[in-house]
Design a protein around this ligand. Structure first.
Ligand code: 8YV
Length: 324
């Protein structure tokens, strides 16, 4: 008999059919407390789950005694308690390769949009304010040849370094857990400590996963080390930055601008002070959100689930050790 699985995010029809050829599917939208209650029987039977978002921790695992594989349609897996999965022998699959270029594009878009005030001035044009040749109150700052600082040199950091170096002639500084020889040899990137990165970057681009070590890594003390002319870009995970400290720095003019694709709470509260600051560009977590990339992520997640249910975890597996 085909294994039972729970699908908690909608899939394109062809991928749903591919999944259905291998599994018996129960589908609902999101691992919300209400859905977990309502679909208790399906969860109790499920050997696999596939979707994105929702907390998968020891509490959730009590509802899924037969679970063997969790497949997330994302690269990030901070919503999973990996040690709880390990204890239960559940493997976690993710989609680390297919979204790299798209997320790096989003980060470069934030760099350009904040520096050149693209959204702000476009709104002024729509509001009918472009009535004569523009003056300095419409000007931005240059991007090309400014110092690009990258915090986190994973796949996405490397793709951003390529864009900044090859396309914009930007010298690259970076801080990561360890030096990245490829970034250094291909893009002339210079490894430095976090303090140097904060003090020297014109654009500080954060591309870090959320872990216990990165939570609020950028707080008031770190923001105070950045020059007033600097721009902060975050497209990793919101809680890497202490948002209250960032708001204070922006309100007090201690930072030039911020471009944010991620927030401590998502969706962002419409009342957030961030939204009343003209020098903040806030995006609705669109990092990987193109038709092509979201399709590729869903396809990889489906293939990951099918493979892992067969015991194949040679690629895209966060914790192959869970198999023992
Ligand atoms: C997704 C992401 O947008 O992959 C990730 O970790 O943050 C994004 O690509 C999000 O997880 C929804 O699937």
């Amino acid at each position: 008999m085909k294994p039972a699985i729970v699908l908690y995010k909608s899939l394109p029809d062809d991928l749903r059919q591919r999944l259905a050829a291998h599994c018996r599917i129960t589908e609902f939208a999101g691992l919300t407390p209400e859905n977990i209650r309502r679909h208790a029987d399906a969860l109790a039977e499920a050997e696999g789950i596939i979707g994105s978002g929702g907390k998968v921790d020891a509490d959730f695992l009590r509802h899924t005694p037969r679970l063997r594989v969790a497949s997330t349609v994302s690269v990030g897996y901070d919503n999973f308690d990996v040690s709880a999965l390990n204890q239960r022998g559940v493997v976690l699959m993710h989609t680390p390769t297919v979204l790299t270029e798209t997320v790096a594009d989003t980060m470069m878009a934030l760099v350009l949009t904040t520096a050149r005030r693209v959204t702000e001035v476009a709104e002024r044009v729509k509001a009918g304010e472009w009535t004569r040749s523009i003056g300095p109150d419409w000007f931005g700052i240059d991007v090309h040849h400014k110092k690009m600082g990258i915090l986190g040199m994973g796949r996405i950091g490397l793709a951003l370094a390529r864009r900044a170096h090859a396309g914009f002639g930007m010298p690259i500084l970076y801080h990561a857990r360890k030096p990245h020889p490829e970034a250094e040899s291909r893009f002339d990137a210079r490894y430095c400590d976090l303090d140097t990165l904060l003090r020297e970057s014109d654009f500080l681009c954060i591309s870090l996963p959320l872990t216990a070590d990165t939570h609020h890594l950028i707080g008031a003390e770190q923001l105070a080390k950045m020059p007033r002319s600097a721009v902060l870009i975050n497209a990793g995970r919101g809680p890497v930055v202490d948002e209250a400290a960032l708001i204070a720095a922006l309100q007090e003019g201690r930072l030039h601008a911020a471009g944010l694709d991620v927030f401590e709470q998502e969706p962002l509260d419409p009342q957030s002070p961030l939204l009343s600051l003209p020098n903040v560009v806030a995006l609705p977590h669109i990092g990987s959100a193109t038709h092509e990339t979201r399709y590729a992520m869903a396809r990889d997640a489906v293939d990951n689930l099918i493979a892992a249910l067969r015991g194949e975890v040679d690629k895209n597996c966060v914790n192959p050790q869970a198999l023992g």
